[in-house]
Write a protein that binds this ligand. Structure first.
Ligand code: G3P
Length: 216
């Protein structure tokens, strides 16, 4: 399973990248706004900086919602850097736009996936990645990991090539469950990635080794 970081925060992106396990970055308008990135020039420069830090796929989300506008905006985003993946919402015009980008050799990430039906449509349109929002599904009393399992089964049966990118990750256990459920990629906040490191027996064991090493 590939690891992406789900943030527009440059210091967190650098920290995850320095771990040596990072395969890409996902952003969205909420994450960009959180970093105070405003205006087309600043937005484009920010994506360029992220591409210079991480050698992997970088999702940049369109802000428009009509087919023609999404195609124009996506073309501009894709021109920023060869690693840019155009992130498109799961709406009717979005499906059409994904098909256009697929036909024209531009990678896409279909975002806001909350059902298997949406995942089938995005795969049929040729999305490179599809992003089911695990945490938001759990928040609504449904089961996000079960959706990943269902989509993984359908894609295997049908031979769909879109990669399942588990998004809206809330904790380290989500990452483990998504790996077990067959996600191809997990995009995570830095805290959830670092949460995978933690085990009290590791800390206790290391303290004992350090103590005993003094007797060597
Ligand atoms: O980037 C999309 C997704 O990961 C958002 O997560 O935490 O806002 O539900 P969240």
């Amino acid at each position: 399973m590939k690891f992406f970081i789900d943030t527009a925060n440059l210091s967190q992106i650098r920290e995850a990248n320095e771990l040596g396990i990072l395969d890409g970055v996902t952003t969205n308008p909420s994450l960009m706004a959180k970093e105070g990135i405003k205006g087309e020039e600043a937005i484009f420069n920010h994506y360029k900086t992220i591409c210079e830090i991480v050698d992997g796929d970088i999702s940049a989300e369109v802000l428009s919602t009509t087919y023609a506008e999404m195609v124009e905006e996506g073309k501009k985003l894709a021109a920023i850097h060869p690693n840019i993946v155009v992130k498109i919402p799961m709406i009717k015009d979005g499906v059409k736009a994904i098909k256009w980008f697929s036909d024209n050799g531009i990678k896409t990430n279909c975002t806001l996936i909350f059902s298997a039906g949406q995942a089938i449509l995005a795969a049929k349109a040729g999305a490179t990645y599809i992003s089911p929002f695990i945490g938001r599904i759990d928040d609504s009393g449904w089961n996000g990991v079960q959706l990943i399992e269902q989509i993984a089964r359908i894609y295997a049966i049908q031979g769909y090539e879109s990669e399942i990118l588990a998004a809206s990750i809330r904790n380290a256990n989500h990452i483990i469950q998504c790996a077990e459920a067959g996600a191809d990629v997990c995009t995570c906040p830095l805290d959830s990635i670092l949460g995978l490191l933690k085990h009290p027996l590791t800390d206790i064991g290391l303290a004992k080794f350090i103590e005993d090493s003094k007797k060597m």
